[in-house]
Design a protein around this ligand. Structure first.
Ligand code: GLN
Length: 454
């Protein structure tokens, strides 16, 4: 009830939730209470969560923040949310996001922007973005409208909003969580993960979200360890990689200082910083912005106005006309841009020059990390190149917006776990985050390092 009251008080301003499921939440909470009374408590009983509106929830509208799905009520549940429910979690509602998870600002939602709770009040000029695409999830947790939230991360969409909102978020190894029932953006990059206010809370949520699922052929058959126990391991003897290519020209001094501070903290706890090289880092952003739109253009072909979602047709429309009207009205600008880029790089004349080339570079980026793991146990980088920016900034030029993802996309391209943890404040008092990247399926080391930084 306290969280529902917080939602009622704050959501009109922050717009973090698209749908609030108050009745359902209270019913779930009562079931949790009853189980506790019977001594049958489950690991997440009574824990109130916000669910990114990209996860299908049976009987509850799931929009992907798009007009094209504004009326879509899935008849089935995503595996991740089914597992959270199995463990007793209470769902408060569906969190706002960039349309189809395409963005770094939450400004592309068809349901309006989300405001970062760190914005200075009463000053509409400097309203800050929460980051994206999981901006509603991050804002809800930071504003204490929820104890935790689910997100998805295709190129930074958990880690960047976590950093902008001063909370913790982890994108686990590709394959750790099932993608079944999550609206697809770029299937070879998409991963689910949790947000919370502490590293240990994230670890507890991730354990519940993880595990092999026969309904997702890319989900991995590996054991799910006790991530929370790993938070207490310490970092003594760990070698922490510091990739020299992440020292960008023109990087703000406060980001450099934060990074150095993080390394000092880890050294003080017994870890050893080691300079490493990830030589193909400079190609990560262009590679990502070819691979992700290519897969998106294919995934989004299903929204045709025939089977579900929005349909726009004139009385004399034939099939093709109906497709065109539906997609023209249903998709926002950024989604259309991605479909056009993706279709272009996949088209017969350009496939080899762009898509195939990007796939090759992706393999080189993954190999850089494989070499690094011979020398280090985890890698520390800044999470973002700046603190949260104002809503009016960086919107004229899509490429400026894409630069937000410079530190995060590599982990998606290589399939590696990445955790963002708040580590300090900038000169204006806004939160800044650090990122810990780990070996495939070694979230335990990532959590141990993250816990040492918080
Ligand atoms: N900002 C990136 C993009 O726009 C990443 C989004 C994501 O991780 N879902 O594609």
């Amino acid at each position: 009830r306290a969280h529902l009251e917080a939602i009622e008080a704050l959501n009109p301003r922050l717009n973090a939730l698209i749908t609030v499921t108050a009745e359902q939440a209270l019913a779930q909470a009562r079931e949790s209470d009853a189980r506790r009374t019977r001594g049958e408590a489950r690991p997440l009983d009574g824990i109130p969560l916000a669910i990114k509106d990209l996860f299908c929830t049976a009987g509850v509208r799931t929009t992907a923040a798009s007009r094209i799905l504004h009326n879509f009520v899935p008849p089935y549940e995503s595996t991740v949310t089914a597992q959270l429910r199995r463990d007793g979690a209470v769902f408060l509602g569906k969190a706002n996001l960039d349309e189809f998870a395409m963005g770094s600002s939450n400004l592309t939602s068809a349901f309006g922007p989300v405001e970062n709770p760190w914005s200075r009040r009463n000053d509409p000029e400097t309203r800050l973005v929460p980051g994206g695409s999981s901006g509603g999830s991050a804002a809800a947790v930071a504003a204490r409208m929820a104890l935790g939230a689910t997100g998805t991360d295709t190129g930074g969409s958990i880690r960047q909003p976590a950093a902008f909102c001063g909370i913790v978020g982890i994108k686990p190894t590709y394959g750790r969580c099932s993608r079944y029932g999550i609206v697809a953006f770029a299937s070879s990059l998409d991963q689910a993960g949790p947000f919370a206010r502490t590293v240990e809370d994230c670890a507890i949520l991730l354990r519940s979200m993880s595990g092999h699922d026969p309904k997702d052929s890319t989900s991995a058959e590996v054991p799910v360890p006790d991530f929370a126990a790993a938070c207490r391991r310490g970092v003594r003897g760990l070698r922490i990689g510091v990739p020299k290519e992440y020292r960008l020209d023109g990087m703000p001094a406060e980001i450099e200082a934060l990074w150095r501070q993080g390394l000092e903290w880890l050294r003080a706890e017994g870890a050893e910083p080691v300079e490493i090289s990830l030589p193909h880092t400079q190609y990560a952003l262009p590679t990502y912005y070819i691979v992700a739109p290519a897969e998106a253009s294919s995934n989004l072909a299903r929204y045709d106005g025939v089977r579900y979602g929005l349909r726009v047709a004139a009385p004399d429309s034939d099939l093709r006309d109906m497709y065109e009207r539906t997609r023209a009205a249903g998709f926002g600008q950024e989604v259309k841009r991605r479909i056009m880029i993706g279709t272009y790089v996949l088209s017969a004349g350009y496939y080899e020059a762009y898509y195939l080339k990007a796939q090759k570079v992706r393999a080189l980026i993954a190999r850089d990390f494989e070499r690094a793991w011979e020398r280090v146990d985890a890698i520390l980088t800044p999470a973002t190149p700046s603190a949260a920016f104002a809503m009016g900034e960086r919107t004229d030029d899509p490429v400026t917006m894409y630069l937000n993802d410079v530190f995060t996309v590599t982990a998606n391209l290589a399939g590696l776990p990445g955790l963002a943890v708040p580590a300090g404040l900038d000169a204006e008092g806004l939160p800044l985050g650090l990122q810990v990247i780990g070996r495939p399926f070694d979230e335990e080391t990532v959590f141990a390092v993250g816990a040492a930084l918080e």
